[in-house]
Ligand binder design. Structure first.
Ligand code: ADP
Length: 295
């Protein structure tokens, strides 16, 4: 099954063109949708999840017309939204049982087995009797995945799932997602490059509502390999470097500022070649898009 988005547009009442002529083809496996806050990721996710209307364009999932046959999509969709509220006084087990009932799993025994198996899968079986209000951020996210997995979905959408998780919780969540990606389409929307690096075999970068690049992460890295240079500078010299070079990112390293610069040739001998990674791709492509906006 393949998800195909063609010429999709959405402008909100306030004039923001949140999805700007979006075209994407997404196959089975983990797909990363990477972009800064405000890029339009959630707008796109909500539209695919049939929670909001588009102005124009089409989305098909296999032979389902997503925008016009919402019920058919909902039957095979698992969605973990960015804002995931839980009922604090309900146990994990009871909540999942309730949602399973809503999804049409009417046989009590079947439901109990399914709920147990899912809680086990997301490593929450020992906590099944605990109220959701006592769960940490990572546990809530894993519970959300269990809920999204009910009914054997063919398409799973997770919107910014690791924001706010500590490194251990994030790692556990990554492992869980990568298992699921084997025979389903999983779209992971995130502003965290590392999530995509760790998990996705295919990706798009979006910015200001537009898809600015798509491809396999390793192929995209190849495109900038050899054109990224680093230099360690004092913070006071940053402005001058920003004016003289195409600085794509800055980070603090041992009290100094390390800058990455995009340039086909070594800018000068004070710069060292960088073994580029997806973060360099991301900042290069986002920077190009932002520059276009300023012209
Ligand atoms: P992301 O998920 O990448 O952070 P969003 O889809 O939430 O991006 O937002 C894209 C743009 O649309 C932003 O400029 C945001 O302010 C705007 N936006 C999102 N939802 C609404 C809404 N319901 N009404 C008006 N503007 C919105």
């Amino acid at each position: 099954m393949e998800l195909r988005i063609e010429n999709l547009n959405k402008t909100y009442g306030n004039g923001v063109h949140a999805i700007n002529n979006c075209n994407l083809t997404i196959d089975q496996g983990m797909y990363g949708l990477l972009g800064p806050n405000g890029a339009g990721k959630s707008s796109l996710m909500r539209t695919i999840a049939t929670l909001q209307e588009a102005d124009s364009g089409s989305i098909t999932l296999g032979d389902i017309d997503v925008l016009n046959d919402k019920d058919a999509v909902r039957r095979i969709l698992g969605y973990l939204p960015q804002e995931f509220g839980v009922y604090p006084k309900v146990s994990a087990e009871n909540m999942l049982d309730h949602v399973a009932g809503l999804k049409g799993i009417n046989n009590r025994k079947e439901r109990k087995e399914l709920v147990g198996a899912l809680l086990n899968r997301v490593n929450l079986y020992d906590k099944r009797k605990s109220n959701l209000g006592t769960f940490s951020g990572g546990m809530k996210q894993r519970f959300g995945i269990a809920q999204a997995l009910l009914g054997n979905p063919k398409l799973i959408i997770v919107d910014e799932p690791t924001a706010g998780l500590d490194p251990t919780e994030r790692n556990r969540f990554h492992n869980l997602l990568s298992e699921i990606g084997e025979n389903t389409i999983v779209i992971l929307s995130t502003h965290i490059v590392e999530d995509v690096t760790n998990l996705c075999n295919d990706m798009a970068i979006i910015c200001l509502g537009q898809v600015i690049t798509t491809g396999h992460p390793a192929e995209l890295v190849k495109e900038v390999q050899g054109s990224v240079w680093s230099k360690s500078i004092n913070k006071a010299d940053l402005q001058a470097h920003m004016e003289a070079f195409r600085v794509i990112s800055t980070r603090l390293k041992a009290g100094k500022t390390e800058i990455h610069v995009f340039s086909e040739n070594q800018p000068d001998s004070s710069f060292a070649a960088v073994n580029a990674d997806l973060e360099d791709v991301y900042f290069t492509r986002i920077g190009e898009r932002m520059e276009l906006e300023l012209v």
